[in-house]
Design a protein around this ligand. Structure first.
Ligand SMILES: C[S@@+](CC[C@H](N)C(=O)[O-])C[C@H]1O[C@@H](n2cnc3c(N)ncnc32)[C@H](O)[C@@H]1O
Length: 196
């Protein structure tokens, strides 16, 4: 078995054994351990939440006093302290619906991916465009000093997106968790201390 396959299987297998809905759980676990994006008692908005492994990790990090709202085009099963709703981040009315349902969020986590076409330039541009839509929703609900994390398909528009977010936060950092496949060009942009 090639090392890449071994790594892929390792996280898949662990997710199955530990009851996570997908291997993506380990990316958020790692990011949260390193950057404390979500703390106990946090209200969390999860954009692009299905099937819901980030919801599981966020609900566990936020604990009994916390709450998570997941939004996705697809259905994501709810769990204790984590609700979900169907919604399109590009629908301009979504920010208001989320704000009414959630109030202020202490953290926004965003793992949006478009249906990939296989043409990287197209997929990259589409993913960054989803991120700008998500950032607009974030701007409506995130509390001052709140945190965020965005998946970013790396490419020509990534630096511009990072700069856009950099104006809104005290600190931003691009990072690639161990659980992210080496051959994938995804990065995670961690944003700490929303200026409000
Ligand atoms: C990589 S998956 C998210 C995995 C999730 N973080 C987890 O741990 O289970 C990306 C998600 O983005 C969602 N998505 C793509 N475009 C969207 C849009 N316009 N509005 C809402 N969700 C969208 C997809 O339906 C998909 O479920």
């Amino acid at each position: 078995m090639r090392p890449l396959d071994a790594k892929k299987d390792h996280y898949r297998k662990m997710a199955r054994e530990q009851g996570y809905r997908s291997r993506a759980a380990y990316k958020l676990k790692e990011l949260n351990k390193a950057y404390r994006i979500i703390g106990a008692g946090f209200t969390v908005l999860d954009l692009g939440c299905a099937p819901g492994s980030w919801m599981q990790v966020a609900a566990s990090a936020a604990g009994n006093r916390g709450t998570v709202l997941g939004v996705d085009l697809e259905y994501a099963e709810e769990l204790n302290h984590a609700e979900s709703m169907r919604g399109d981040v590009e629908d301009e009315s979504l920010a208001e619906t989320v704000a009414e349902r959630l109030g202020r969020a202490d953290a926004v986590i965003c793992d949006l991916s478009p249906q990939v076409s296989g043409n990287w330039s197209v997929d990259h541009a589409r993913q960054i465009s989803l991120n700008y839509a998500a950032a607009r929703i974030m701007g409506r609900v995130l509390a001052p000093k709140g945190n965020a994390v965005f998946k970013v398909f790396d490419g020509e528009y990534a630096a511009e997106f990072r700069e856009h977010m950099g104006h809104m936060f005290s600190k931003t950092k691009s990072t690639k968790p161990q659980a992210s496949r080496k051959q994938s060009s995804e990065l995670y942009l961690v944003c700490l201390g929303f200026r409000g």
